[in-house]
Design a protein around this ligand. Structure first.
Ligand SMILES: Cc1cc2nc3c(=O)[nH]c(=O)nc-3n(C[C@H](O)[C@H](O)[C@H](O)COP(=O)(O)OP(=O)(O)OC[C@H]3O[C@@H](n4cnc5c(N)ncnc54)[C@H](O)[C@@H]3O)c2cc1C
Length: 297
Protein backbone atom coordinates (compact mmCIF):
# COMPACT_ATOMS: atom_id res chain seq x y z
CA UNK A 1 0.00 0.00 0.00
CA UNK A 2 1.54 3.25 -1.18
CA UNK A 3 0.92 6.21 1.08
CA UNK A 4 1.24 9.77 -0.13
CA UNK A 5 4.18 10.35 2.21
CA UNK A 6 6.04 7.19 1.14
CA UNK A 7 5.59 8.10 -2.54
CA UNK A 8 6.73 11.68 -2.04
CA UNK A 9 9.84 10.52 -0.17
CA UNK A 10 10.78 8.18 -3.01
CA UNK A 11 10.18 10.73 -5.77
CA UNK A 12 12.11 13.37 -3.81
CA UNK A 13 15.09 11.02 -3.50
CA UNK A 14 15.31 10.56 -7.25
CA UNK A 15 14.72 14.13 -8.37
CA UNK A 16 17.79 16.19 -9.27
CA UNK A 17 17.99 19.81 -8.18
CA UNK A 18 16.81 21.86 -11.13
CA UNK A 19 17.60 25.51 -11.80
CA UNK A 20 15.81 27.34 -14.59
CA UNK A 21 16.70 30.74 -15.99
CA UNK A 22 13.57 32.05 -17.65
CA UNK A 23 12.28 35.44 -18.70
CA UNK A 24 9.19 37.38 -17.81
CA UNK A 25 6.59 37.30 -20.55
CA UNK A 26 3.92 39.21 -18.62
CA UNK A 27 2.38 39.93 -15.22
CA UNK A 28 -1.42 40.08 -15.33
CA UNK A 29 -4.17 40.77 -12.83
CA UNK A 30 -6.24 37.67 -12.35
CA UNK A 31 -9.37 37.29 -10.27
CA UNK A 32 -9.70 39.41 -7.14
CA UNK A 33 -6.56 39.11 -4.99
CA UNK A 34 -4.32 37.25 -7.45
CA UNK A 35 -1.75 38.07 -10.13
CA UNK A 36 -0.34 35.71 -12.73
CA UNK A 37 3.32 35.71 -13.67
CA UNK A 38 3.93 34.08 -17.04
CA UNK A 39 7.51 32.95 -17.68
CA UNK A 40 9.05 31.57 -20.79
CA UNK A 41 12.35 30.14 -21.89
CA UNK A 42 14.23 27.34 -23.59
CA UNK A 43 15.32 25.91 -20.25
CA UNK A 44 11.77 24.67 -19.67
CA UNK A 45 12.91 21.76 -21.88
CA UNK A 46 15.20 20.73 -18.98
CA UNK A 47 12.22 20.37 -16.65
CA UNK A 48 11.80 16.75 -17.65
CA UNK A 49 9.73 15.39 -14.79
CA UNK A 50 6.98 17.93 -14.06
CA UNK A 51 4.53 16.87 -11.37
CA UNK A 52 1.26 18.46 -10.42
CA UNK A 53 1.65 21.58 -8.22
CA UNK A 54 5.43 21.36 -8.00
CA UNK A 55 6.89 23.84 -5.51
CA UNK A 56 9.99 25.91 -6.25
CA UNK A 57 11.93 28.88 -4.94
CA UNK A 58 12.19 32.02 -7.02
CA UNK A 59 15.43 33.90 -6.40
CA UNK A 60 14.71 37.59 -5.99
CA UNK A 61 17.75 39.78 -6.70
CA UNK A 62 18.15 43.35 -5.43
CA UNK A 63 15.54 45.42 -7.27
CA UNK A 64 18.23 47.70 -8.76
CA UNK A 65 20.41 44.82 -10.09
CA UNK A 66 21.14 45.29 -13.78
CA UNK A 67 21.38 41.61 -14.60
CA UNK A 68 18.71 39.69 -12.77
CA UNK A 69 20.34 36.37 -13.64
CA UNK A 70 21.58 34.58 -10.52
CA UNK A 71 23.94 31.70 -9.98
CA UNK A 72 22.30 28.37 -9.30
CA UNK A 73 22.65 26.92 -5.83
CA UNK A 74 24.46 23.65 -5.25
CA UNK A 75 23.83 21.03 -2.59
CA UNK A 76 26.13 20.69 0.41
CA UNK A 77 26.94 17.23 1.76
CA UNK A 78 23.73 17.26 3.79
CA UNK A 79 21.66 18.01 0.69
CA UNK A 80 20.93 21.63 1.64
CA UNK A 81 21.26 24.42 -0.96
CA UNK A 82 24.32 26.70 -0.90
CA UNK A 83 25.32 29.59 -3.17
CA UNK A 84 28.84 30.01 -4.50
CA UNK A 85 30.53 33.39 -3.94
CA UNK A 86 27.20 35.21 -3.87
CA UNK A 87 25.31 36.91 -1.20
CA UNK A 88 22.33 34.59 -0.92
CA UNK A 89 19.40 35.94 -2.91
CA UNK A 90 16.10 36.36 -1.16
CA UNK A 91 13.97 33.34 -1.90
CA UNK A 92 10.23 32.94 -2.05
CA UNK A 93 8.35 29.67 -2.55
CA UNK A 94 5.84 29.41 -5.38
CA UNK A 95 3.93 26.76 -7.31
CA UNK A 96 3.98 25.74 -10.94
CA UNK A 97 0.34 26.56 -11.66
CA UNK A 98 0.57 25.34 -15.24
CA UNK A 99 3.18 24.37 -17.77
CA UNK A 100 3.03 24.48 -21.56
CA UNK A 101 6.10 22.56 -22.63
CA UNK A 102 5.44 22.94 -26.35
CA UNK A 103 5.40 26.76 -26.07
CA UNK A 104 8.01 26.79 -23.25
CA UNK A 105 5.69 28.67 -20.90
CA UNK A 106 5.14 28.43 -17.17
CA UNK A 107 2.37 30.20 -15.24
CA UNK A 108 2.59 31.08 -11.56
CA UNK A 109 -0.25 32.62 -9.54
CA UNK A 110 0.59 34.93 -6.66
CA UNK A 111 -1.82 36.22 -4.03
CA UNK A 112 -1.61 39.95 -3.59
CA UNK A 113 -1.43 40.35 0.18
CA UNK A 114 -0.20 43.83 1.02
CA UNK A 115 3.31 43.94 2.40
CA UNK A 116 5.38 41.12 0.92
CA UNK A 117 8.64 41.21 -0.99
CA UNK A 118 7.11 39.01 -3.68
CA UNK A 119 4.47 41.53 -4.68
CA UNK A 120 6.91 44.43 -4.54
CA UNK A 121 9.09 42.43 -6.93
CA UNK A 122 6.11 41.70 -9.21
CA UNK A 123 5.50 45.44 -9.38
CA UNK A 124 9.01 46.23 -10.64
CA UNK A 125 9.73 43.39 -13.06
CA UNK A 126 9.05 43.92 -16.74
CA UNK A 127 8.73 41.70 -19.81
CA UNK A 128 12.17 40.42 -20.80
CA UNK A 129 13.63 40.46 -17.25
CA UNK A 130 15.45 37.32 -16.14
CA UNK A 131 13.92 35.12 -13.46
CA UNK A 132 15.89 32.32 -11.84
CA UNK A 133 14.15 29.59 -9.97
CA UNK A 134 15.22 26.44 -8.26
CA UNK A 135 13.31 23.29 -7.34
CA UNK A 136 11.27 21.21 -7.67
CA UNK A 137 9.64 20.07 -4.43
CA UNK A 138 6.99 17.37 -4.71
CA UNK A 139 3.74 18.71 -3.29
CA UNK A 140 1.25 16.16 -4.56
CA UNK A 141 0.80 12.47 -5.18
CA UNK A 142 -2.38 10.43 -5.51
CA UNK A 143 -2.12 6.73 -4.64
CA UNK A 144 -4.47 4.59 -6.72
CA UNK A 145 -6.18 3.16 -3.62
CA UNK A 146 -7.47 6.51 -2.34
CA UNK A 147 -11.28 6.55 -2.12
CA UNK A 148 -11.92 10.08 -0.83
CA UNK A 149 -10.03 13.34 -1.00
CA UNK A 150 -10.08 16.42 1.17
CA UNK A 151 -8.24 19.47 -0.18
CA UNK A 152 -7.78 22.53 2.01
CA UNK A 153 -5.97 25.73 1.10
CA UNK A 154 -5.89 29.42 1.87
CA UNK A 155 -4.88 32.24 -0.51
CA UNK A 156 -1.25 31.04 -0.61
CA UNK A 157 -2.11 27.39 -1.25
CA UNK A 158 -5.01 27.81 -3.64
CA UNK A 159 -2.81 27.95 -6.79
CA UNK A 160 -1.50 24.50 -5.90
CA UNK A 161 -5.04 23.35 -5.08
CA UNK A 162 -6.22 24.55 -8.50
CA UNK A 163 -3.45 22.63 -10.26
CA UNK A 164 -4.35 19.52 -8.24
CA UNK A 165 -8.07 19.79 -8.97
CA UNK A 166 -7.39 20.16 -12.69
CA UNK A 167 -5.35 16.94 -12.59
CA UNK A 168 -7.90 14.73 -10.82
CA UNK A 169 -9.78 11.91 -12.52
CA UNK A 170 -13.31 13.21 -13.23
CA UNK A 171 -14.99 10.52 -11.10
CA UNK A 172 -12.89 11.24 -8.04
CA UNK A 173 -13.42 14.99 -8.42
CA UNK A 174 -17.15 14.88 -8.93
CA UNK A 175 -18.12 12.20 -6.39
CA UNK A 176 -15.43 11.88 -3.75
CA UNK A 177 -13.62 15.19 -3.26
CA UNK A 178 -14.34 17.89 -0.70
CA UNK A 179 -12.64 21.26 -0.83
CA UNK A 180 -12.37 23.77 2.02
CA UNK A 181 -11.17 27.27 1.13
CA UNK A 182 -11.64 30.79 2.50
CA UNK A 183 -14.42 32.96 1.07
CA UNK A 184 -11.76 35.39 -0.21
CA UNK A 185 -10.67 32.83 -2.82
CA UNK A 186 -14.15 32.27 -4.29
CA UNK A 187 -13.55 34.06 -7.59
CA UNK A 188 -10.20 32.31 -8.09
CA UNK A 189 -11.62 28.86 -7.25
CA UNK A 190 -14.58 29.41 -9.57
CA UNK A 191 -12.05 29.94 -12.36
CA UNK A 192 -10.57 26.44 -12.01
CA UNK A 193 -10.69 24.66 -15.35
CA UNK A 194 -12.36 21.44 -14.20
CA UNK A 195 -15.80 20.11 -13.47
CA UNK A 196 -16.19 20.98 -9.80
CA UNK A 197 -19.69 20.44 -8.39
CA UNK A 198 -20.85 23.39 -6.27
CA UNK A 199 -21.53 20.99 -3.40
CA UNK A 200 -17.87 19.92 -3.35
CA UNK A 201 -16.62 23.32 -2.24
CA UNK A 202 -17.19 24.88 1.18
CA UNK A 203 -16.26 28.54 1.46
CA UNK A 204 -15.36 29.49 5.01
CA UNK A 205 -14.88 32.92 6.61
CA UNK A 206 -11.36 31.65 7.36
CA UNK A 207 -9.62 28.31 7.92
CA UNK A 208 -9.08 28.76 11.64
CA UNK A 209 -12.72 28.22 12.66
CA UNK A 210 -14.19 24.85 13.54
CA UNK A 211 -13.99 22.36 10.68
CA UNK A 212 -14.45 19.06 12.53
CA UNK A 213 -18.08 18.57 11.42
CA UNK A 214 -17.54 19.59 7.81
CA UNK A 215 -15.96 16.34 6.65
CA UNK A 216 -17.23 12.79 6.76
CA UNK A 217 -14.92 10.06 5.58
CA UNK A 218 -17.41 7.21 6.02
CA UNK A 219 -14.61 4.77 6.88
CA UNK A 220 -13.14 5.15 3.36
CA UNK A 221 -9.43 5.52 2.79
CA UNK A 222 -9.12 9.31 2.71
CA UNK A 223 -6.24 11.49 1.67
CA UNK A 224 -6.06 14.97 3.17
CA UNK A 225 -3.93 17.73 1.62
CA UNK A 226 -3.52 21.06 3.42
CA UNK A 227 -1.54 24.12 2.31
CA UNK A 228 -2.03 27.29 4.31
CA UNK A 229 -0.76 29.51 7.12
CA UNK A 230 1.24 27.66 9.79
CA UNK A 231 -1.17 27.95 12.73
CA UNK A 232 -4.17 26.99 10.57
CA UNK A 233 -2.29 23.98 9.17
CA UNK A 234 -1.33 22.86 12.67
CA UNK A 235 -4.95 22.94 13.80
CA UNK A 236 -6.32 21.35 10.61
CA UNK A 237 -3.73 18.58 10.79
CA UNK A 238 -4.89 17.63 14.24
CA UNK A 239 -8.55 17.77 13.18
CA UNK A 240 -7.75 15.43 10.27
CA UNK A 241 -5.90 12.99 12.50
CA UNK A 242 -8.14 12.95 15.55
CA UNK A 243 -11.62 13.94 14.28
CA UNK A 244 -11.62 12.53 10.76
CA UNK A 245 -9.34 9.58 11.66
CA UNK A 246 -7.09 10.03 8.66
CA UNK A 247 -3.92 7.94 8.63
CA UNK A 248 -0.99 10.43 9.02
CA UNK A 249 0.74 8.67 6.11
CA UNK A 250 -2.13 9.81 3.86
CA UNK A 251 -1.99 13.34 5.20
CA UNK A 252 0.12 16.10 3.74
CA UNK A 253 0.12 19.24 5.87
CA UNK A 254 2.18 22.03 4.33
CA UNK A 255 2.90 25.31 6.12
CA UNK A 256 2.97 27.79 3.22
CA UNK A 257 3.53 30.94 5.28
CA UNK A 258 3.76 32.23 8.83
CA UNK A 259 1.58 35.00 10.24
CA UNK A 260 4.35 36.68 12.26
CA UNK A 261 7.45 35.92 10.17
CA UNK A 262 8.46 36.72 6.63
CA UNK A 263 9.55 33.82 4.43
CA UNK A 264 13.29 34.56 4.81
CA UNK A 265 12.95 34.28 8.59
CA UNK A 266 10.97 31.04 8.24
CA UNK A 267 13.65 29.61 5.92
CA UNK A 268 16.46 30.56 8.33
CA UNK A 269 14.59 28.96 11.22
CA UNK A 270 13.80 25.78 9.27
CA UNK A 271 17.37 25.50 7.95
CA UNK A 272 18.64 25.40 11.53
CA UNK A 273 16.01 22.83 12.48
CA UNK A 274 16.92 20.70 9.44
CA UNK A 275 20.66 20.85 10.17
CA UNK A 276 20.04 19.63 13.70
CA UNK A 277 17.70 16.84 12.57
CA UNK A 278 20.10 15.72 9.82
CA UNK A 279 22.99 15.64 12.29
CA UNK A 280 20.81 13.27 14.32
CA UNK A 281 20.35 11.01 11.28
CA UNK A 282 17.01 12.17 9.86
CA UNK A 283 16.16 11.61 6.17
CA UNK A 284 16.06 14.93 4.27
CA UNK A 285 13.56 13.50 1.79
CA UNK A 286 11.07 12.41 4.42
CA UNK A 287 7.99 14.67 4.10
CA UNK A 288 7.09 13.86 7.71
CA UNK A 289 10.34 15.54 8.79
CA UNK A 290 9.61 18.74 6.81
CA UNK A 291 6.04 18.74 8.13
CA UNK A 292 7.05 18.28 11.76
CA UNK A 293 9.85 20.86 11.62
CA UNK A 294 7.76 23.53 9.92
CA UNK A 295 4.78 23.03 12.25
CA UNK A 296 6.79 22.95 15.49
CA UNK A 297 5.90 25.83 17.86
C1 LIG B 1 5.82 24.97 -1.54
C2 LIG B 1 5.14 26.34 -1.47
C3 LIG B 1 4.43 26.82 -2.56
C4 LIG B 1 3.82 28.08 -2.53
N1 LIG B 1 3.13 28.52 -3.61
C5 LIG B 1 2.57 29.76 -3.61
C6 LIG B 1 1.90 30.25 -4.78
O1 LIG B 1 1.85 29.60 -5.83
N2 LIG B 1 1.33 31.49 -4.70
C7 LIG B 1 1.39 32.27 -3.57
O2 LIG B 1 0.85 33.38 -3.57
N3 LIG B 1 2.04 31.82 -2.46
C8 LIG B 1 2.63 30.60 -2.46
N4 LIG B 1 3.30 30.15 -1.36
C9 LIG B 1 3.34 31.01 -0.17
C10 LIG B 1 4.41 32.11 -0.26
O3 LIG B 1 5.68 31.55 -0.48
C11 LIG B 1 4.41 32.87 1.08
O4 LIG B 1 3.15 33.45 1.29
C12 LIG B 1 5.51 33.91 1.14
O5 LIG B 1 5.68 34.32 2.48
C13 LIG B 1 5.16 35.11 0.31
O6 LIG B 1 6.27 35.97 0.34
P1 LIG B 1 6.08 37.54 0.40
O7 LIG B 1 7.38 38.11 -0.07
O8 LIG B 1 4.84 37.94 -0.29
O9 LIG B 1 5.85 37.86 1.94
P2 LIG B 1 6.97 37.77 3.10
O10 LIG B 1 8.01 38.79 2.85
O11 LIG B 1 7.38 36.36 3.26
O12 LIG B 1 6.12 38.20 4.36
C14 LIG B 1 5.81 39.57 4.64
C15 LIG B 1 4.60 39.60 5.57
O13 LIG B 1 3.47 39.11 4.86
C16 LIG B 1 2.86 38.03 5.57
N5 LIG B 1 2.43 37.03 4.54
C17 LIG B 1 3.20 36.16 3.83
N6 LIG B 1 2.45 35.43 2.97
C18 LIG B 1 1.17 35.88 3.15
C19 LIG B 1 -0.06 35.51 2.56
N7 LIG B 1 -0.14 34.56 1.61
N8 LIG B 1 -1.16 36.17 2.97
C20 LIG B 1 -1.12 37.15 3.93
N9 LIG B 1 0.04 37.53 4.53
C21 LIG B 1 1.15 36.91 4.15
C22 LIG B 1 3.97 37.46 6.48
O14 LIG B 1 3.41 36.94 7.65
C23 LIG B 1 4.77 38.71 6.80
O15 LIG B 1 4.18 39.42 7.87
C24 LIG B 1 3.92 28.89 -1.36
C25 LIG B 1 4.63 28.42 -0.26
C26 LIG B 1 5.24 27.15 -0.32
C27 LIG B 1 6.01 26.66 0.88
Amino acid sequence: MDSVKAAIREIGRQRPLLTLNLEVLRVTDLSFGFRRLTLRGREIDEYLDPLVADGFKVMIPPFDALDRKLEAPERDEQGLPIWQEHVEPRLRALTVRSLDRARQLMAVDVCTHSDGLLNRWLSVIAPGDNVSLSGMRVEWFLPAEIERLVLIADEAGVAALAAIVESLPVDLMTTATQILVPESTREYVEGIQAEVPKSAVTYLPNLTGSTANLITTGGCRTQVWIAAETAAVRSLRSTAKYEWNVDPRDLLARAYWHRTLNASAVDARDLERHRKALDEGADIHDPQLAEDLSLKD
